[in-house]
Design a protein around this ligand. Structure first.
Ligand SMILES: *Cc1c(COP(=O)(O)O)cnc(C)c1O
Length: 337
């Protein structure tokens, strides 16, 4: 194992673990491009950069954390295989990494999961276990597989290796934007924000970290307000990758988001839709709703003004094209906008 053991205690993930993650995943995960957006920069009169995490082969940043976690397993654990119950970007990332390493991946899903998602997981060579009527029940099957067959459950966010993997984005930002003052991070379970926040603030305490979520079912936001992890009912949103609980026995990300996030901004659905259409029309870029929340925060002038650069994490691009095209048609942008 190349890694020094990450202690299982709270508080114990450090920037050293993020540097280790960077070395660990370098053979599998490419550094992503950073571009300056002149349209957004002109709109708010300061440099706006887009960190293109959508260009990973799986279309989202989650490959960083999944790679770091799976590569940290012992040979014996790798031989027994891995499992997870996400059907979204985390599930794709786990299946992708496992395939590259020749490890068996089993994704547990409920019988409600749409055919298209099941097909893309199968294409990545994952075993699919269909179990129960909802995500929670499918999750239980993962833990059964762990108990019965010794598979390792790969958590989507509340795991030190996953957090350190996502944190490698922070190192790349620091190298490329010396005058960085703000970073905008889509927020769900908080693995992405915890990793980036830890990396950036270990280097420069004054960099402001803003989390962005959709207005309804923002579980981390409501949990922070309550002072402890809470459960919420899910409602329909374009930012579907931001749905899901943070775990009532959350070990790491609740506390880390509390520590590293300066501010949280909630985005209404119509602004998510507008931002997806705007990026399609003006930037010729496809982004999923979760990623568009960061664009919406800038377009809506929700980031307090200060000098220096803003980086928006473009976290993913896995959106149903019929949805994107339809909402793009609903907005007509004139030339001067
Ligand atoms: C998972 C995901 C997020 C949120 O990451 P967390 O670590 O759960 O906060 C944001 N955007 C996309 C596209 C994602 O897949």
């Amino acid at each position: 194992m190349i890694h020094s053991e990450i202690a299982k205690h709270r508080n114990d993930i450090t920037i050293r673990n993020i540097w280790e993650a960077r070395k660990q995943i370098s053979s599998m995960v490419n550094k992503t491009p950073l571009i300056q957006s002149s349209i957004l920069s002109e709109k708010i009169d300061r440099p706006v950069y887009l960190k293109l995490e959508n260009v990973h082969e799986v279309g989202a940043f989650k490959v960083r954390g999944a790679a770091n976690k799976i590569l940290s397993l012992s040979e014996e654990e790798k031989n027994r295989g891995v499992t997870t119950f996400s059907t979204g970007n985390h599930g794709l990332a786990v299946a992708y990494v496992a395939k590259k390493l020749g490890i068996e991946a089993t994704i547990c899903i409920s019988n409600r999961v749409p055919r298209a998602k099941v097909d893309s997981l199968r294409r990545l060579g994952a075993n699919i276990e269909i179990f129960g009527e909802d995500q929670d029940t499918a999750g239980e099957r993962c833990y059964q597989l762990q108990a019965e067959k010794g598979l390792t459950v790969i958590q989507p966010f509340d795991d030190p290796y996953v957090i350190a993997g996502q944190g490698t984005i922070g190192l790349e930002l620091m190298e490329e934007i010396p005058n960085l003052t703000d970073v905008i991070v889509p927020l769900s379970g908080g693995g992405l924000l915890s990793g980036i926040g830890l990396a950036l603030k270990s280097i420069e305490q004054d960099i402001r970290v803003t989390g962005v979520s959709m207005e309804h079912s923002a579980v981390m936001y409501e949990s922070l307000k309550a002072g402890k992890p809470v459960k919420l009912k899910e409602s329909e949103t374009l930012a579907d990758s931001l749905l899901g609980g943070i775990g009532l026995d959350n070990q790491f990300t609740f506390r880390m988001v509390q520590k590293y996030m300066d501010e949280v901004v909630l985005i209404p659905e119509n602004e998510i839709a507008y931002s997806m259409a705007f990026m399609m029309d003006k930037h010729r870029m496809i982004m999923e709703g979760a990623a568009a929340t960061g664009i919406a925060a800038v377009l809506g002038n929700k980031i307090p003004h200060q000098d220096g650069g803003i980086a928006i994490i473009i976290s993913g691009q896995n959106v149903d094209l019929t949805v994107l095209l339809k909402l793009t048609q609903n907005y007509i942008f004139d030339q001067n906008e």
